[in-house]
Design a protein around this ligand. Structure first.
Ligand code: SF4
Ligand code: SF4
Length: 123
């Protein structure tokens, strides 16, 4: 895990992203979504660094997907350091962020509270 890369504007985990060898995050313009990402555009317009800093209840763009939505909600509740601590510990315990393409162990949820419990407990 490249902890220093942190979390993307939309809530995805740049620190664990399989693209992070050649992408240096949302602000680098190297993300494949940089031209169309609604969350990147909107958070830049609001002059905030991440959707988790926004007070709106929002499911725009990537926030319509459970993983970035759940990570964003987790940070709103517990803070970004807590999320990074959990992701780091879970990775050490074999939980895989990108197992096939961009899908991994945090994607197989339909209830955001269950995803948040999984982030916290690693099971
Ligand atoms: S591709 Fe997107 S999620 Fe992955 S490192 Fe780049 S900005 Fe972050
Ligand atoms: S309105 Fe939605 S997309 Fe825009 S910054 Fe807030 S959470 Fe992100």
């Amino acid at each position: 895990m490249k902890r220093e890369m942190g979390i993307a504007r939309c809530g995805l985990a740049c620190c664990l992203c399989s693209e992070n060898e050649h992408c240096h995050g949302c602000n680098s313009g190297e993300c494949p979504g940089s031209t169309w990402c609604e969350n990147r555009k909107c958070s830049m317009e609001k002059k905030i660094g991440h959707c988790y800093e926004c007070d709106n209840k929002c499911e725009k763009g990537m926030l319509s997907k459970i993983k970035p939505y759940g990570f964003t909600l987790f940070v709103k509740r517990y803070g970004v350091d807590q999320l990074l601590d959990c992701l780091e510990r879970n990775e050490e315990n074999g939980i895989v962020y990108h197992r096939e393409g961009i899908v991994g162990d945090y994607d197989d949820f339909d209830d955001v509270e269950k995803l948040i419990e999984f982030i916290k407990n690693g099971k």
